[in-house]
Design a protein around this ligand. Structure first.
Ligand code: NAP
Length: 304
């Protein structure tokens, strides 16, 4: 069996299937350790009253799976043929076969695509307010986005920041009314609508010091001082190799066919690649466990 993804979901599936002697091969993917690997302290994973560092938590999960015999390989799926069993996966130009597959490839944060944005990730640019907000106590914070995540993050960040500026590219918001109303009522949040970010400074200092903004209606361009820059413009599920085979919703998330099942018998989902609602380390771990149990039953029922 093969598990795609090395975040909480993939690692938990690996612990369970390895312990059941199913010899799982885990394909690490392009973001080793998943989203936990880019967080700092995790305070809400049960069992760690003092908190635990995200990268440590996920590394320990891998160690635990390896103890039971799980194998890990670096690589990314280029192509998949799920039309018949054994399923075939092209991983970095080498074909691998499996009777059972768990897709735990997660969802990656969407970025604006500005050249300086990528260079300043971890140095003032973040896609996770919960992870990095506490670094910006009494500082100027900017959040980009107009959906529920942007509202949630902007409100959350007012706990730390002196002022939070919410930048949205349109006049209308995608966020639900209740979340938007809460944001509008928060005296620490300033809204800039019809506004886009054109650049982020300052790469030479290796820290965020400000941004260049443009009003899309008036054309006005100006610079604004900012210490923390948070993106909340959605996530993209990592399902590209499975299009046309697995049932995906219009945004590309796997559609569940009950439990951890997909539309293809023998292919299971776990974690953020299917879950757009909860998206927590603990729910991903739980989903990995569900997928592993289903694989075990599936392989037994099919005489493997
Ligand atoms: P979302 O609803 O897809 O909103 C993404 C926002 O980012 C949109 O306002 C979009 O602008 C903007 N955006 C996308 N690409 C952009 C770009 N390149 N430049 C500038 N802006 C860009 O995503 P989300 O807010 O992460 O929410 C995802 C799902 O989770 C939703 O169903 C949401 O309701 C749910 N959620 C719920 C809660 C809650 O209820 N507590 C909290 C968080 C998330 P446009 O509007 O112009 O397209």
């Amino acid at each position: 069996m093969i598990i795609l993804g090395s975040g909480c979901a993939g690692n938990t599936a690996a612990i369970y299937t390895a312990r059941a002697s199913l010899n799982p091969l885990v394909v690490i993917g392009h973001e080793p350790g998943g989203q936990l690997s880019i967080t700092t302290e995790v305070e809400n994973f049960p069992g760690f009253p003092e908190g635990v560092m995200g990268p440590d938590l996920v590394a320990n999960m891998q160690k635990q799976a390896e103890k039971f015999g799980a194998e890990y390989m670096f690589g990314k799926v280029q192509e998949a043929d799920l039309s018949r069993s054994p399923f075939r996966l092209n991983i970095d130009d080498e074909w691998h076969e499996c009777q059972a597959l768990i897709v735990a490839t997660g969802a990656s944060a969407r970025w604006l695509g500005l050249p300086n944005e990528q260079k300043l990730i971890g140095h003032g640019v973040s896609s996770c307010a919960t992870c990095d907000g506490a670094f910006y106590r009494d500082r100027n914070i900017m959040v980009v986005g107009g959906g529920d995540s942007a509202m949630e993050e902007a409100n959350f960040l007012t706990r730390f920041g002196r002022e939070v500026t919410l930048v949205h590219r349109r006049e209308e918001f995608r966020a639900s009314k209740i979340m938007l109303d809460r944001t509008l009522a928060n005296p620490k949040i300033k809204m800039l609508t019809n506004t886009v970010v054109e650049d982020i400074f300052d790469v030479t200092q290796n820290m965020v010091t400000g941004v260049k903004l443009r009003n899309t209606v008036t054309g006005k361009v100006w610079d604004q001082d900012v210490d923390g820059f948070f993106l909340a413009i959605g996530h993209v599920p990592n399902t590209q190799p499975f299009g046309g085979q697995l049932d995906l919703d219009p945004d590309g998330y796997i559609v569940s066919h009950g439990g951890a099942r997909t539309n293809i018998t023998g292919v299971f989902h776990a974690g953020d690649v299917q879950d757009r609602v909860y998206r927590q380390a603990i729910t991903a771990a739980g989903a990995g466990c569900m997928a592993a149990i289903e694989v075990e039953r599936f392989l037994e029922a099919h005489g493997h």
